[in-house]
Design a protein around this ligand. Structure first.
Ligand SMILES: Cc1cc2nc3c(=O)[nH]c(=O)nc-3n(C[C@H](O)[C@H](O)[C@H](O)COP(=O)(O)O)c2cc1C
Length: 325
Protein backbone atom coordinates (compact mmCIF):
# COMPACT_ATOMS: atom_id res chain seq x y z
CA UNK A 1 0.00 0.00 0.00
CA UNK A 2 1.30 3.43 -0.92
CA UNK A 3 0.43 6.46 1.23
CA UNK A 4 2.16 9.74 2.06
CA UNK A 5 3.56 8.02 5.16
CA UNK A 6 5.07 5.04 3.29
CA UNK A 7 6.61 7.52 0.83
CA UNK A 8 7.93 9.81 3.56
CA UNK A 9 9.64 7.05 5.53
CA UNK A 10 10.48 4.65 2.69
CA UNK A 11 8.51 1.76 4.18
CA UNK A 12 6.29 -0.91 2.64
CA UNK A 13 3.25 -0.71 4.94
CA UNK A 14 1.78 2.41 6.62
CA UNK A 15 2.28 0.98 10.10
CA UNK A 16 4.48 2.50 12.81
CA UNK A 17 5.47 1.06 16.18
CA UNK A 18 5.42 3.97 18.62
CA UNK A 19 8.22 4.50 21.13
CA UNK A 20 7.66 2.50 24.31
CA UNK A 21 9.76 2.74 27.45
CA UNK A 22 11.61 -0.56 28.10
CA UNK A 23 9.81 -2.16 25.12
CA UNK A 24 11.26 -0.24 22.17
CA UNK A 25 14.65 -1.95 22.17
CA UNK A 26 16.56 -2.97 19.05
CA UNK A 27 14.78 -6.36 18.88
CA UNK A 28 11.34 -4.71 18.76
CA UNK A 29 12.26 -2.02 16.24
CA UNK A 30 14.09 -4.45 13.94
CA UNK A 31 11.20 -6.95 13.96
CA UNK A 32 8.69 -4.28 12.95
CA UNK A 33 10.97 -2.81 10.29
CA UNK A 34 11.81 -6.25 8.89
CA UNK A 35 8.06 -6.87 8.59
CA UNK A 36 7.72 -3.75 6.42
CA UNK A 37 6.57 -1.26 9.06
CA UNK A 38 8.58 1.41 10.84
CA UNK A 39 10.14 0.18 14.08
CA UNK A 40 11.19 2.73 16.67
CA UNK A 41 13.85 2.51 19.39
CA UNK A 42 12.91 4.39 22.57
CA UNK A 43 15.77 6.83 23.17
CA UNK A 44 15.40 7.50 26.87
CA UNK A 45 15.23 3.81 27.80
CA UNK A 46 18.95 3.90 27.04
CA UNK A 47 20.37 5.72 30.04
CA UNK A 48 23.15 7.53 28.18
CA UNK A 49 23.73 8.71 24.61
CA UNK A 50 26.52 6.09 24.37
CA UNK A 51 24.05 3.35 25.21
CA UNK A 52 21.62 4.70 22.60
CA UNK A 53 24.42 4.69 20.03
CA UNK A 54 25.07 1.01 20.87
CA UNK A 55 21.35 0.16 20.59
CA UNK A 56 21.16 1.88 17.19
CA UNK A 57 24.21 -0.07 16.02
CA UNK A 58 22.63 -3.29 17.31
CA UNK A 59 19.40 -2.56 15.41
CA UNK A 60 21.40 -1.75 12.29
CA UNK A 61 22.89 -5.26 12.57
CA UNK A 62 19.39 -6.78 12.75
CA UNK A 63 17.74 -4.99 9.82
CA UNK A 64 18.69 -3.17 6.65
CA UNK A 65 15.29 -1.45 6.55
CA UNK A 66 14.56 2.07 7.87
CA UNK A 67 13.89 2.42 11.60
CA UNK A 68 13.48 5.43 13.87
CA UNK A 69 14.27 6.67 17.38
CA UNK A 70 11.76 8.14 19.83
CA UNK A 71 12.80 11.16 21.85
CA UNK A 72 10.39 12.02 24.64
CA UNK A 73 10.76 15.49 26.12
CA UNK A 74 9.68 15.34 29.73
CA UNK A 75 9.60 17.99 32.42
CA UNK A 76 12.57 17.05 34.60
CA UNK A 77 14.61 18.75 37.29
CA UNK A 78 17.76 17.41 35.67
CA UNK A 79 16.90 16.98 31.98
CA UNK A 80 18.43 14.06 30.10
CA UNK A 81 21.39 14.87 27.82
CA UNK A 82 19.18 15.65 24.80
CA UNK A 83 22.03 17.15 22.69
CA UNK A 84 23.96 13.92 23.30
CA UNK A 85 20.99 11.76 22.27
CA UNK A 86 20.50 13.85 19.11
CA UNK A 87 24.18 13.42 18.27
CA UNK A 88 23.89 9.64 18.74
CA UNK A 89 20.91 9.64 16.35
CA UNK A 90 22.79 11.66 13.75
CA UNK A 91 26.02 9.65 14.13
CA UNK A 92 24.00 6.43 13.84
CA UNK A 93 22.56 7.56 10.50
CA UNK A 94 18.96 7.26 11.73
CA UNK A 95 16.62 9.05 9.32
CA UNK A 96 13.38 9.16 11.34
CA UNK A 97 12.77 10.63 14.77
CA UNK A 98 9.49 10.38 16.67
CA UNK A 99 9.28 13.26 19.13
CA UNK A 100 6.78 13.42 21.98
CA UNK A 101 5.95 15.04 25.28
CA UNK A 102 6.80 18.63 24.45
CA UNK A 103 7.47 21.06 21.61
CA UNK A 104 10.50 19.73 19.67
CA UNK A 105 11.26 23.08 17.94
CA UNK A 106 14.63 23.55 19.62
CA UNK A 107 15.93 20.28 18.17
CA UNK A 108 14.55 20.56 14.66
CA UNK A 109 17.38 22.53 12.98
CA UNK A 110 20.00 19.87 13.78
CA UNK A 111 17.70 17.06 12.64
CA UNK A 112 16.57 18.86 9.48
CA UNK A 113 20.13 19.66 8.49
CA UNK A 114 20.84 15.92 8.48
CA UNK A 115 17.64 15.23 6.46
CA UNK A 116 16.04 13.42 9.37
CA UNK A 117 12.24 13.18 9.07
CA UNK A 118 10.39 14.17 12.24
CA UNK A 119 7.01 12.80 13.27
CA UNK A 120 5.65 14.51 16.38
CA UNK A 121 3.12 12.83 18.65
CA UNK A 122 0.17 15.07 19.53
CA UNK A 123 -3.03 14.57 21.48
CA UNK A 124 -4.87 17.60 20.07
CA UNK A 125 -5.50 19.48 16.83
CA UNK A 126 -3.87 22.64 18.21
CA UNK A 127 -0.64 20.80 19.06
CA UNK A 128 -0.72 19.12 15.62
CA UNK A 129 -1.03 22.52 13.92
CA UNK A 130 1.85 23.81 16.02
CA UNK A 131 3.96 20.82 14.94
CA UNK A 132 3.11 21.55 11.31
CA UNK A 133 3.97 25.24 11.71
CA UNK A 134 7.43 24.58 13.18
CA UNK A 135 8.34 22.22 10.34
CA UNK A 136 7.58 18.68 11.50
CA UNK A 137 7.13 16.31 8.56
CA UNK A 138 4.20 14.36 9.99
CA UNK A 139 2.09 13.98 13.11
CA UNK A 140 1.03 10.96 15.13
CA UNK A 141 -2.43 11.86 16.41
CA UNK A 142 -2.95 10.09 19.74
CA UNK A 143 -6.60 9.76 20.75
CA UNK A 144 -8.03 9.41 24.26
CA UNK A 145 -8.00 5.60 23.92
CA UNK A 146 -4.21 5.45 23.71
CA UNK A 147 -1.84 3.71 26.06
CA UNK A 148 0.47 6.19 27.79
CA UNK A 149 -0.26 9.91 27.96
CA UNK A 150 -3.52 10.92 26.22
CA UNK A 151 -3.26 14.57 27.32
CA UNK A 152 -6.05 16.37 29.14
CA UNK A 153 -8.65 17.00 26.41
CA UNK A 154 -10.22 13.51 26.32
CA UNK A 155 -11.16 13.54 22.63
CA UNK A 156 -11.44 10.06 21.11
CA UNK A 157 -10.11 9.21 17.67
CA UNK A 158 -13.58 9.04 16.12
CA UNK A 159 -13.66 12.85 16.37
CA UNK A 160 -9.97 13.71 16.72
CA UNK A 161 -8.86 12.11 13.42
CA UNK A 162 -11.44 13.79 11.15
CA UNK A 163 -10.72 17.06 13.00
CA UNK A 164 -7.01 16.63 12.27
CA UNK A 165 -7.90 15.95 8.62
CA UNK A 166 -9.89 19.20 8.47
CA UNK A 167 -6.91 21.24 9.59
CA UNK A 168 -3.59 19.58 8.73
CA UNK A 169 -1.67 19.75 5.47
CA UNK A 170 1.15 17.40 6.54
CA UNK A 171 0.36 13.68 6.72
CA UNK A 172 -0.71 12.13 10.00
CA UNK A 173 -1.17 8.63 11.38
CA UNK A 174 -3.94 7.41 13.64
CA UNK A 175 -2.56 6.43 17.03
CA UNK A 176 -4.32 4.99 20.04
CA UNK A 177 -6.67 2.03 20.12
CA UNK A 178 -5.51 0.51 16.84
CA UNK A 179 -4.96 -3.22 16.41
CA UNK A 180 -6.45 -4.47 13.15
CA UNK A 181 -7.04 -4.03 9.43
CA UNK A 182 -10.57 -2.67 9.77
CA UNK A 183 -9.19 0.15 11.91
CA UNK A 184 -6.45 0.84 9.36
CA UNK A 185 -9.11 1.22 6.67
CA UNK A 186 -11.22 3.43 8.98
CA UNK A 187 -8.17 5.58 9.73
CA UNK A 188 -7.46 5.99 6.02
CA UNK A 189 -11.13 6.84 5.43
CA UNK A 190 -10.93 9.56 8.07
CA UNK A 191 -7.94 11.19 6.43
CA UNK A 192 -4.96 9.52 8.09
CA UNK A 193 -2.13 8.12 5.98
CA UNK A 194 -1.38 5.22 8.28
CA UNK A 195 -1.49 3.91 11.84
CA UNK A 196 0.74 3.94 14.90
CA UNK A 197 0.42 1.13 17.43
CA UNK A 198 1.92 0.70 20.88
CA UNK A 199 0.11 -1.84 23.05
CA UNK A 200 -0.62 -4.20 20.10
CA UNK A 201 3.10 -4.55 19.35
CA UNK A 202 3.82 -5.52 22.99
CA UNK A 203 1.87 -8.75 22.48
CA UNK A 204 4.15 -10.09 19.75
CA UNK A 205 6.70 -12.90 19.83
CA UNK A 206 9.64 -10.53 19.27
CA UNK A 207 8.65 -7.89 21.87
CA UNK A 208 11.62 -8.04 24.27
CA UNK A 209 9.49 -8.11 27.42
CA UNK A 210 8.50 -10.74 29.98
CA UNK A 211 5.81 -13.25 28.96
CA UNK A 212 3.76 -12.18 31.99
CA UNK A 213 3.21 -8.78 30.34
CA UNK A 214 2.10 -10.34 27.05
CA UNK A 215 -0.22 -12.72 28.93
CA UNK A 216 -1.71 -9.84 30.94
CA UNK A 217 -2.46 -7.99 27.70
CA UNK A 218 -4.18 -10.99 26.13
CA UNK A 219 -6.19 -11.62 29.33
CA UNK A 220 -7.35 -8.00 29.73
CA UNK A 221 -10.54 -6.46 28.33
CA UNK A 222 -11.22 -2.91 27.16
CA UNK A 223 -12.56 -2.17 30.66
CA UNK A 224 -9.26 -2.89 32.39
CA UNK A 225 -7.30 0.34 31.91
CA UNK A 226 -7.33 3.27 34.31
CA UNK A 227 -6.33 6.92 34.09
CA UNK A 228 -3.83 8.02 36.71
CA UNK A 229 -2.14 11.33 37.61
CA UNK A 230 -5.05 13.43 36.32
CA UNK A 231 -4.74 15.96 39.14
CA UNK A 232 -1.05 16.40 38.27
CA UNK A 233 -2.03 17.18 34.65
CA UNK A 234 0.16 14.28 33.63
CA UNK A 235 -2.64 11.83 32.84
CA UNK A 236 -1.50 8.34 31.92
CA UNK A 237 -3.56 5.37 30.77
CA UNK A 238 -2.30 2.21 32.46
CA UNK A 239 -3.41 -1.39 32.99
CA UNK A 240 -5.21 -1.84 36.30
CA UNK A 241 -3.32 -3.83 38.94
CA UNK A 242 -2.71 -3.81 42.71
CA UNK A 243 -0.27 -0.89 42.53
CA UNK A 244 -2.71 1.15 40.41
CA UNK A 245 -5.44 0.38 42.95
CA UNK A 246 -3.22 1.78 45.74
CA UNK A 247 -2.36 4.82 43.65
CA UNK A 248 -6.00 5.59 42.88
CA UNK A 249 -6.84 5.33 46.60
CA UNK A 250 -4.16 7.95 47.35
CA UNK A 251 -5.52 10.18 44.57
CA UNK A 252 -9.00 9.91 46.06
CA UNK A 253 -7.75 10.66 49.56
CA UNK A 254 -5.44 13.57 48.73
CA UNK A 255 -7.42 15.09 45.85
CA UNK A 256 -5.91 18.35 44.62
CA UNK A 257 -3.20 18.10 47.30
CA UNK A 258 -1.62 15.06 45.65
CA UNK A 259 2.05 15.48 44.84
CA UNK A 260 4.25 13.35 42.65
CA UNK A 261 6.22 12.24 45.74
CA UNK A 262 3.04 10.67 47.17
CA UNK A 263 2.90 8.13 44.35
CA UNK A 264 6.57 7.65 43.58
CA UNK A 265 6.43 4.04 44.88
CA UNK A 266 3.86 3.18 42.21
CA UNK A 267 5.36 5.05 39.25
CA UNK A 268 9.06 5.69 39.88
CA UNK A 269 11.52 3.34 38.18
CA UNK A 270 9.00 0.48 37.91
CA UNK A 271 9.40 -0.34 34.21
CA UNK A 272 12.39 -2.74 34.46
CA UNK A 273 10.60 -4.69 37.23
CA UNK A 274 7.55 -5.14 35.03
CA UNK A 275 8.97 -5.45 31.53
CA UNK A 276 12.10 -7.45 32.39
CA UNK A 277 11.23 -9.30 35.63
CA UNK A 278 7.53 -9.81 34.89
CA UNK A 279 6.50 -8.54 38.34
CA UNK A 280 3.02 -7.51 37.28
CA UNK A 281 2.10 -5.65 40.46
CA UNK A 282 5.35 -3.68 40.77
CA UNK A 283 3.78 -0.46 39.55
CA UNK A 284 1.77 1.38 36.90
CA UNK A 285 2.62 0.75 33.26
CA UNK A 286 1.18 2.34 30.13
CA UNK A 287 -1.42 0.28 28.31
CA UNK A 288 -4.21 1.18 25.89
CA UNK A 289 -7.93 0.32 25.82
CA UNK A 290 -7.04 -1.66 22.72
CA UNK A 291 -6.15 -4.60 25.02
CA UNK A 292 -9.79 -5.57 24.49
CA UNK A 293 -8.95 -6.31 20.85
CA UNK A 294 -5.76 -8.29 21.49
CA UNK A 295 -6.31 -12.05 21.69
CA UNK A 296 -3.04 -13.57 20.45
CA UNK A 297 0.74 -13.24 20.41
CA UNK A 298 1.80 -13.41 16.74
CA UNK A 299 5.16 -12.51 15.23
CA UNK A 300 5.41 -8.92 14.01
CA UNK A 301 5.35 -10.19 10.44
CA UNK A 302 2.21 -12.27 11.06
CA UNK A 303 0.55 -9.28 12.72
CA UNK A 304 1.42 -6.78 9.99
CA UNK A 305 0.63 -9.23 7.17
CA UNK A 306 -2.77 -9.95 8.73
CA UNK A 307 -3.56 -6.26 9.18
CA UNK A 308 -2.62 -5.53 5.56
CA UNK A 309 -4.46 -8.56 4.13
CA UNK A 310 -7.60 -7.69 6.12
CA UNK A 311 -7.38 -4.05 5.06
CA UNK A 312 -7.07 -4.97 1.39
CA UNK A 313 -9.96 -7.45 1.66
CA UNK A 314 -12.20 -4.88 3.37
CA UNK A 315 -11.44 -2.26 0.73
CA UNK A 316 -11.82 -4.55 -2.28
CA UNK A 317 -14.74 -6.65 -1.04
CA UNK A 318 -16.81 -5.17 1.79
CA UNK A 319 -16.52 -1.51 0.74
CA UNK A 320 -16.73 -2.23 -2.99
CA UNK A 321 -19.92 -4.22 -2.42
CA UNK A 322 -21.58 -1.08 -0.99
CA UNK A 323 -20.61 0.83 -4.13
CA UNK A 324 -22.04 -1.85 -6.41
CA UNK A 325 -25.36 -2.05 -4.55
C1 LIG B 1 4.28 0.43 27.65
C2 LIG B 1 4.22 1.70 26.86
C3 LIG B 1 5.24 2.62 27.00
C4 LIG B 1 5.21 3.82 26.26
N1 LIG B 1 6.27 4.68 26.35
C5 LIG B 1 6.29 5.80 25.57
C6 LIG B 1 7.42 6.66 25.58
O1 LIG B 1 8.40 6.44 26.30
N2 LIG B 1 7.38 7.76 24.77
C7 LIG B 1 6.32 8.01 23.94
O2 LIG B 1 6.36 9.00 23.20
N3 LIG B 1 5.23 7.22 23.92
C8 LIG B 1 5.20 6.11 24.70
N4 LIG B 1 4.11 5.27 24.66
C9 LIG B 1 2.97 5.59 23.72
C10 LIG B 1 3.09 4.84 22.40
O3 LIG B 1 4.19 5.25 21.64
C11 LIG B 1 1.83 5.03 21.53
O4 LIG B 1 1.64 6.40 21.25
C12 LIG B 1 0.58 4.49 22.20
O5 LIG B 1 0.86 3.24 22.79
C13 LIG B 1 -0.54 4.34 21.20
O6 LIG B 1 -1.68 3.82 21.80
P1 LIG B 1 -2.05 2.24 21.80
O7 LIG B 1 -1.26 1.67 22.93
O8 LIG B 1 -3.50 2.25 22.03
O9 LIG B 1 -1.63 1.67 20.49
C14 LIG B 1 4.11 4.09 25.40
C15 LIG B 1 3.06 3.16 25.31
C16 LIG B 1 3.10 1.98 26.01
C17 LIG B 1 1.97 1.01 25.87
Amino acid sequence: MKTRITELFGIEHPIIQGGMHFVGLAEMAAAVSNAGGLGIITGLTQRTPEKLAAEIAKCRGMTNKPFGVNLTFLPAITPPDYPGYIQAILDGGVKVVETAGNNPQKWLPALKEASVKVIHKCTSVRHSLKAESIGCDAVSVDGFECGGHPGEDDVGNWVLLPRAAEELKIPFVASGGVANGAQLVAALAMGADGINMGTRFMATKEAPIHDHVKEAIVAASELDTRLIMRSLRNTERVLNNAAVGRLLEKEKELGANLKFEDIIAEVGGVYPKIMQDGDMDAGAWSCGMVVGLIHDIPTCKELIDTIMADAHAIISQRLRAFEAA
